[in-house]
Design a protein around this ligand. Structure first.
Ligand code: GLU
Length: 267
């Protein structure tokens, strides 16, 4: 059982619109992974970016609101954009996965759902039913209702939580970078890829410091905290470059791809 997480920057262009080639390629590989007998769950970001682009709303770092009223309006706008973008995402996922005869189910969650015992039990039961029926659950935060107080906040953490809830064997995070580097490879030519992490300590958190892209929510820091959740649940986590979904095959064949997070005594 594998949870895959795809980030906004791997799924969309700078324009905010869907990167069709990348999305198609991801759906084809995941369909194949499902055909091989593995159970697949996909946590997908991109709703806000796709919705904003579709609605023609342009956001830049400089257009972030300064006043409280503007902040409220920006949040409402984002929530409306998520509602629009989520439809578009599911329409395209359904179209691509249906091409390979797979069934999908949409699951939208907030932190509040996971923190409530009976809601959590319902979520777990629904995941198990869907997987038992051979369907692929597609998960996102329920952005239209999730304000800061009740949200998980980023899909790296959400995917690790989902991996825990469903007792997944592995979490694979498709990012816009090859994996975790010793420094920022965009600015430091000496930066090297770290192929394997067995312990999460302050030194590692220091390496991972830094903001994410404008279009996504997470950065390396949220991926490290996701790895922490995976370590607690005996689940491995790998960060690979989402621009090359075919690398998922290499990963499943046991080759070293991206950065593998695996606790020393883990199975
Ligand atoms: N839920 C957000 C969206 O679909 C993405 C959150 C994230 O990038 O971590 O746009």
């Amino acid at each position: 059982r594998i949870v895959f997480k795809v980030g906004t920057s791997s799924l969309t262009y700078e324009t905010g619109l869907i990167n069709i080639r990348q999305m198609e390629s991801l759906c084809r590989v995941l369909s194949d992974v499902r055909n091989s007998g593995r159970e697949v769950i996909l946590v997908s970001s991109g709703a806000i970016s796709v919705g904003l682009a579709k609605l023609g709303i342009v956001r830049t770092a400089h257009s972030m609101p300064e006043k409280q009223d503007d902040a409220v309006q920006a949040l409402t706008e984002k929530q409306a954009a998520a509602a629009v973008g989520q439809c578009e995402l599911m329409y395209l996922y359904d179209k691509h996965f249906t091409e390979y005869h797979h069934k999908l189910g949409q699951i939208l969650l907030t932190r509040e759902d996971i923190d409530h015992a009976w809601r959590k039990a319902n979520i777990v039961n629904t995941f198990e039913s869907l997987l038992g029926m051979g369907a692929i659950p597609i998960v996102n935060e329920n952005d239209t209702v999730a304000t800061e107080e009740i949200s998980v906040g980023d899909n790296d953490t959400l995917s690790a939580v989902v991996a825990g809830l469903t007792h997944a064997d592995a979490l694979v995070i498709l990012s816009d970078i090859d994996g975790l580097f010793t420094a920022n490879p965009a600015t430091n030519p000496d930066a090297r890829l770290i192929p394997r992490v067995t312990e999460i300590d302050d030194a590692l958190r220091g390496i991972a410091e830094g903001a994410g892209s404008l279009r996504g929510t997470g950065g390396m820091a949220t991926k490290i905290s996701a790895a922490g959740i995976c370590f607690e649940n005996d689940c491995t986590m790998t960060i690979i470059n989402g621009a090359y979904p075919e690398r998922i095959y290499d990963l499943l064949e046991g080759r070293s791809v991206g950065t593998l997070f695996q606790k020393e005594e883990s199975k």
